[in-house]
Design a protein around this ligand. Sequence first.
Ligand code: F6R
Length: 615
Amino acid sequence: MCGIVGYVGKRDAFPVLIDGLKRLEYRGYDSAGVAYFCNNKIKTVKVTGFIKELERELGNIEDNPKIGIAHTRWATHGEPSITNAHPHTDCTGKIAVVHNGIIENYRALRQYLTERGHKFTTDTDTEVIAHLIEDVYNGGTDMPFWKAIRGALREVEGTYGIAVLFSEEPDRIFAARHGSPLLIGAGEDEYLVASDAAAVLRYTNRVIYLDEGTLATVKADSIVISTLDAESITPKIEKISLSLNEIEKGGFPHFMLKEIFEQPQTLENAFRGRLNLEEGTARLNGLKDYFDDLKDVERLVITACGTSWHAALIGEYLIEELARVPVDVDYASEFRYRNPIIKDNEAVIVISQSGETADTLAALREAKRQGAPVFGIVNVVGSTIARETDAGVYIHAGPEIGVASTKAFTSQVMVLEEIALLLGRMHGYSMAQGVDLIKEIKRVPELVELFLKKEDEIGTIRKIAEKYYMCNNFLYLGRGINFPVALEGALKLKEISYVHAEGYPAAEMKHGPIALIDKNTPAVFIATEDPLYDKIVSNIEEIRARGGPVIAVATEGDEQIMELTDNVIYVPQAVPLVMPMITTLPMQLLAYHIAVIRGTNVDQPRNLAKSVTVE
Ligand code: F6R
């Protein structure tokens, strides 16, 4: 999604802005631009395509501004083009705006402003903000510019994080947010404005997260924040614990591969200090204030999008199995608009890596509106979802830069294991069972590491990728707790290699999808040892009988599966309840290697954004 960077301070602004934009590249974009002051006049430079292009253009400019705003655009209104790239200006060229989010009433505003003589030059929703501010500013006498921004934003419906330059006040950046993330990096006599902490980290680890509905005036040596109702707010500086290493590739060809290989560590981070072996339960201090609600809870709703939704499905299996509490899993985009039923003694869990997904945030707000306690499972510390939930558990996976989620998914599952265990112990799961499960959970990072170090298995995955990369359709099949892993495998392949893939519960295949089977449609089975193993073997036979190639993910030592399938990837033995955190690895690696062979942009696949801040 769009990314914003602004800088005001003692340094040359261009390198800071370019560095910041590069750190936001992973969010996905199709064009980029910068606005800055030259002799107190606003100049803009815009490109389509990569930030490198923008860097080259800026390299040809002799100006050395100390203040500027920059943007990467992920097109929503109007095609990706230089005209539609941000920053956008008003009629006079005195106001420049970059924007992340969507202005929902932009058509009405555009018509109103056009009738008042404003000339629009782009297809974007953002341009209305520049003209609207201009209109409000010109309508008042001696109106301070920040008041004009406030007045304009009051008319706007939708979501925004914006940074604004105004040529009559060339020493400051105005920044405001509602629904889209925005933070201020506070350095020594310099400030940065950014939609993501990664963009400011090289310069400072001190940040001020702007609250919903706030407006900041940022100068090199001061910052003033107020609500859109003009109430002043004291800036609260927080230290972020991110390091630059965490947002660099560290010798891997792609962030995605680096993040896959980080999983032994990230899985451990997700349970460190949270497992109480003596009492066979989980220690989740983040939820402490809600233990009474959890003891009485009669139903849980878990809501999320995409990969996080797949983690939710695994959570459903885990919680129902351990705690015998009914769980419903819902797409956040459906939940928010369905007038969902949430009764007393029910609670909602939202899952989000970024903590900014617009649909998940709206689902959270809807659940709160209905009076339910809402808990978060979030990766990005300080994100909007993390801040708006009543309580929650961070997954501590560190920054996930590859657009396709990998390590965040397994860590979300790990945290769901902990929540299921905690709930289980409140609802009848015995201490002895809890102790056994904790021992199995603690082995997971080691098993994941063992798998990732096995040259044979990684080599097998590469060979499978070479054999099938030309296929245009794949089926991913699993049962029980591994069915969501099949969904996740299919999603990974679609996202990064642009190959059509579908995930199904294996037994469901014969109710339709089996018609797809031919020699060019491989079926990837998750066929590890569990109570449904024999059933899945029958499903494999059904595919074989129809001439479809079969790739199986099986438990080490399972010789029989060799005879039934074309290729086997062996994973270490583990109990079924923790198996998804292991069987996911071959899914991620298979998608990765197919994408590499097909030559796609693995870390920034076409059309996708990392943080989906529009609905
Ligand atoms: C897939 C992927 C997306 C996200 C989805 C939700 O690899 O990354 O499907 O899972 O957009 O994002 P978060 O978890 O940030 O709410």
